[in-house]
Design a protein around this ligand. Structure first.
Ligand SMILES: C[S@@+](CC[C@H](N)C(=O)[O-])C[C@H]1O[C@@H](n2cnc3c(N)ncnc32)[C@H](O)[C@@H]1O
Length: 157
């Protein structure tokens, strides 16, 4: 394997705030590391356990612990100047190939495996990104969707 310098830029933050399955959180954490992003997750035993188990990376990962309220944290990020991007299949969403790399602090919301992103969080989004699909499935696995978007917003593809 190639050795490389790496540093988390702390301007791109994946926020799988509603993702339930540990395997998906572990996959997203690896993608975050690969693209120089951080991850924001609720400070609960479920997320702590999932990241501890799913973290296959050496050293410390850049994790922001969200507490007590997810919506409160999102509003606070916005107040501090972050752009809130929801990754979701919605009417009027921007197709991912048209999205530009993030130049300023950007929070990338990812939804629950069954329920998606709750409506009250979607309302806070400055932009919704959709990954075009032509197959028979109605949606992608959330870790796949998040990884594609993070690579794009990191400017790596
Ligand atoms: C399995 S999907 C949720 C599907 C859920 N049944 C729904 O209707 O919202 C889980 C998450 O993955 C992301 N996702 C999956 N496919 C996507 C796509 N094609 N475009 C944008 N986001 C997608 C979204 O964040 C979504 O909330």
């Amino acid at each position: 394997m190639r050795a490389r310098r790496h540093g988390c830029w702390d301007h791109l933050i994946a926020a799988p705030l509603w993702v339930a399955y540990g395997a998906n959180l572990g996959t997203l954490l690896r993608t975050c590391d690969a693209v120089g992003a951080c991850m924001a997750v609720p400070r609960t035993p479920h997320y702590r356990g999932a990241l501890a188990k799913g973290n296959t990376l050496p050293g410390r990962s850049c994790v922001h612990w969200v507490a007590p309220s997810k919506l409160g944290w999102l509003r606070d990020q916005r107040r501090r100047g972050a752009r809130l991007v929801a990754v979701e299949l919605t009417e009027g969403a921007l197709p991912l190939p048209r999205a530009q790399a993030a130049r300023h602090r950007t929070v990338v919301m990812l939804g629950h495996e069954h329920g998606g992103i709750p409506p009250d969080a979607l309302e806070l989004a400055d932009e919704v990104l959709e990954i075009p699909m032509t197959g028979r499935g109605v949606s992608l696995n959330v870790a796949v969707a998040g990884s594609l978007v993070l690579y794009r917003l990191a400017g790596l593809m």
